[in-house]
Write a new protein. Structure first.
Length: 336
C-alpha cells in the first residue's frame, strides 16, 4: 500500500504542476498514469510540437515543458506509478480513499485529485480492411519521434493541423525522403498559414499533395511497402511508402473514472469553481478532465485550477491549521 497526502491521477502538465503547488504547502503527492512516462499528451503524442500560450515562454516544445515541470517538482520528491491505469476507488469510513490500478497496486490518501486530461485515447482509424495487419509495421496513428522517419517515404492522411504541421516539419527539417499528404477534400481545417505553406511546398515539388482522395488500400509483406490512393477523378494511384500515418484525431473517453460515482456532463467531470471539487468530498478534478460554465481547455487554466484546489485540499487535511499564502519571491522554494 502506497501512502501519501494526495493521489494525483494523471501525470500530464497539470498534474505535474500540482506537485509543485502541493509541495509549497508541505503536502506529498503520488501520481498514477497509464502511460509509461510522465507528460501525458505532451510526451506521448506531440513532444516536438511547439506550445505558444505558456506565460513567460514565447514558444516551448511540449517535451521541454514536461522536462521543466519535472525539474520544478523534483525538490518535493513525488512518487509515480506509471504504466498502470487507475481503475477503482474506494472511500473508507474515515473519509480517506484507496485507489487501485490495473495491476493491483493500491494507493491510500485523504485527497484524490483527478488530472486525467481528456481521458483515455483511441485513434480514429480509416476504414481500411487490413490496417490492423500493418500496425507497428509501417502504420502509426501518432508521431512521437520525427527521427523515426529519417530517410523514409511517409504518407500522411488528414486535413487538420496535425497532418499539416507534421508534413511541414518532416519536409523543412529534411527528415523524410518523401512526404505525401493525402486529404479527401480540396480544403483544409488547419491554420491558413500552414495550408499555404503546404501548397507552396507542393508547388516547389517538396511535398506531394493529393487532395480529393483517400488511402483505401495497403500492400506489403512483413512491413508496409505500398499504399493505394483512390482519387475522385484519377481512380487508383499506387505509391511506394515505408510509413502511413493517418492523423484523423483521437477519441477520448473517461474510461474507468466514469464509473466512480462522479457527476459527469459531456464526457467530463462537473466541478464547483469555488475549489474545483467534485460531488464526492475529497475528490477534485483539474485540467481538461473537468467541466463548468465558461471552461477553457488550456494548460494555463489547469495550472490555476490545481493551485486553487490544493488550497482547499490543505484545509481538508489540516482543518485546524491556518494556511497563510507565502510568496515564493520572498520565501523561495524549500523541498522536503
Amino acid at each position: 500500500m502506497i501512502k501519501t497526502d494526495i493521489i494525483i491521477i494523471g501525470a500530464g502538465p497539470v498534474g505535474l504542476f500540482a506537485i509543485f503547488e502541493a509541495g509549497l504547502l508541505k503536502l506529498r503527492c503520488h501520481l498514477i498514469d497509464s502511460l509509461p512516462q510522465p507528460g501525458g499528451q505532451c510526451s506521448e503524442i506531440y513532444p516536438k510540437k511547439p506550445i505558444y500560450d505558456i506565460p513567460g515562454f514565447p514558444s516551448v516544445l511540449a517535451g521541454e515543458l514536461v522536462d521543466n515541470l519535472m525539474a520544478q517538482a523534483a525538490p518535493f520528491k513525488p512518487g509515480f506509478t506509471l504504466g498502470e491505469a487507475a481503475t477503482d476507488i474506494e472511500k473508507l469510513e474515515d473519509g480517506t480513499f484507496i485507489v487501485t490500478t490495473s495491476k493491483g497496486t493500491q494507493h491510500h490518501a485523504p485527497i484524490v485529485m483527478i488530472a486525467g486530461g481528456l481521458g483515455v485515447f483511441e485513434p480514429r482509424k480509416p476504414p481500411i480492411e487490413n490496417i490492423v495487419d500493418f500496425e507497428d509495421k509501417g502504420i502509426e496513428y501518432i508521431i512521437k519521434d520525427p527521427e523515426f522517419y529519417r530517410g523514409k517515404r511517409v504518407v500522411i492522411a488528414g486535413g487538420g493541423d496535425s497532418a499539416l504541421d507534421w508534413s511541414i516539419y518532416l519536409t523543412e527539417k529534411k527528415i523524410a525522403s518523401e512526404v505525401i499528404l493525402v486529404h479527401r477534400s480540396s480544403s483544409f481545417r488547419g491554420h491558413l498559414d500552414s495550408v499555404q505553406k503546404v501548397i507552396d511546398y507542393a508547388d516547389a515539388g517538396k511535398i506531394t499533395l493529393v487532395t480529393e482522395a483517400e488511402v483505401t488500400g495497403l500492400e506489403g509483406g512483413e512491413k508496409l511497402d505500398k499504399v493505394v490512393i483512390t482519387h475522385a477523378k484519377e481512380g487508383e494511384i499506387v505509391k511506394e511508402a515505408d510509413h502511413f500515418v493517418p492523423l484523423f484525431g483521437l477519441k477520448p473517453s473517461l474510461g474507468p473514472i466514469a464509473n466512480w460515482g462522479l457527476e459527469i456532463e459531456k464526457n467530463a467531470i462537473k466541478v464547483d469553481t469555488l475549489d474545483y471539487s467534485t460531488n464526492i468530498p475529497g475528490i477534485y478534478a483539474i485540467g481538461d478532465v473537468n467541466t463548468y460554465e465558461g471552461k477553457l481547455k488550456l494548460i494555463l487554466c489547469g495550472f490555476h485550477e490545481g493551485t486553487i484546489a490544493l488550497q482547499s485540499a490543505f484545509a481538508r487535511i489540516h482543518p485546524d491549521k491556518k494556511n497563510v499564502l507565502k510568496y515564493t519571491t520572498v520565501n523561495g522554494v524549500n523541498g522536503f
